[in-house]
Design a protein around this ligand. Structure first.
Ligand code: SAM
Ligand code: SF4
Length: 334
């Protein structure tokens, strides 16, 4: 379905939990955030129902996120069930990688189309510090296993001044050696994120070009998102691998936005930046209360989806900090 600015919306990010086994400093305070009881969050059955309605209006690609999605029991079964819905083209998952390895076989069997793995440092002490206790080896082993299994793998790295800015070229080398995409993400003023601590991707690119002068724009399509990719030219690119720049702060990409977000509480958010959304869980329950049959309930969800898409704003205002989303990124899903 097209929104009122003519953008084709075909991608939904679904947060299945706001809980997490890590405490990344820009995302969650050390003590965590107030836990939402399990009976307030969408059940898997409700999520599947919403996905079915979403497919009927042209949303065919889904990303499972969180919090940490792998801490919610049954996550891999949900992946399988979404994959099995007629019309679904792609299901991917974003994870911090801590518990990925033990779930990998099941995810592969479920037909996962790709994994995004968050990794902000390649140095054990720094990784442990920024994630509030994560173990780097868990992530690195999981990445290698993904590559061995042939699962499309992307690493997401949030660059911060005076923290990991000296690792930009290490991450590039990592991408080229492993033959995977590493994407640098600019920190956004959502939840606990403070863009003043972030490094601009323009700066990251200029440092990359000093080390890799032959770096060239990579025009191939790498996924559903707004990343702009760079790679080494043919003769130098042994395994492939590319650097992606996701520059929400310095290069607004709202004109090509294709997505919508569903939080674990069932709020459908047309734009990451704003607090507003539609309570899809309530819409679903209200339709069930009125005693309509299954078709009526599905129609109610579809109407709520369409109505929310029509209200999708033209663009974010991250530069105007007063208007942005106060929820933590762990509650929205990134
Ligand atoms: N726990 C999973 C993970 O870390 O991949 C999934 C959820 S996490 C909220 C998704 C992504 O959001 C992570 O890559 C994280 O680095 C990113 N993120 C969190 N806070 C952010 C912020 N303020 N600005 C930009 N990205 C942020
Ligand atoms: Fe957890 Fe992901 Fe947030 Fe880190 S970025 S605290 S792993 S939800």
């Amino acid at each position: 379905m097209k929104d009122s600015y003519g953008r084709e919306i075909n991608y939904m990010r679904i947060s299945i939990t706001d809980r997490c086994d890590l405490r990344c400093r820009y995302c969650m305070p050390e003590e965590g955030i107030e836990k939402v009881s399990m009976n307030r969050i969408l059940t898997y059955e409700e999520i599947l129902r919403i996905c079915r309605a979403a497919v009927s209006i042209g949303i065919t690609r889904f990303k499972i996120t969180g919090g940490e999605p792998l801490v919610r029991r049954g996550c891999t079964a949900l992946v399988r069930e979404i994959k099995e819905l007629p019309g679904v083209e792609q299901v991917t998952l974003t994870t911090n990688g801590q518990q990925l390895l033990p779930h990998l076989d099941e995810l592969a069997e479920a037909g996962i189309d790709g994994l995004n793995i968050s990794l902000d440092s390649l140095r054990e002490d720094r990784y442990h510090h920024i994630t509030g206790g994560g173990q780097l080896s868990n992530v690195l082993e999981a990445i290698d296993a993904c590559i061995d299994k042939g699962i499309r793998t992307k690493v997401n790295c949030l660059l911060q001044k005076q923290f990991n800015e000296d690792e930009i070229c290490d991450f590039a080398a990592f991408a080229f050696e492993k033959g995977i995409d590493v994407r640098f993400i600019e920190i956004m003023p959502v939840g606990f994120g403070n863009p003043d601590t972030g490094l601009s991707n323009d700066e990251a690119l200029s440092r990359l070009k000093e080390k890799y002068p032959s770096l060239e724009k990579d025009e191939r399509v790498h996924g559903n998102g707004p990343a702009v990719y760079y790679r080494l030219p043919g003769s130098e690119a042994v395994k492939g691998g590319a650097i992606g720049l996701i520059s929400a702060m310095h290069h607004r990409f709202c004109d090509s936005c294709n997505r919508i977000r569903l939080t674990s509480l069932g709020l459908l958010k047309p734009c990451l930046c704003y607090e507003e959304g539609t309570d899809l869980k309530e819409a679903l329950h209200a339709a069930q209360r009125t005693g309509g049959d299954e078709t009526d309930v599905d129609a109610a969800i579809r109407n709520a989806l369409e109505e929310t898409l029509r209200r999708k704003p033209q663009g974010h205002t991250f530069q105007d900090r007063a208007t942005v989303e106060p929820r933590a990124m762990s509650q929205i899903g990134g």
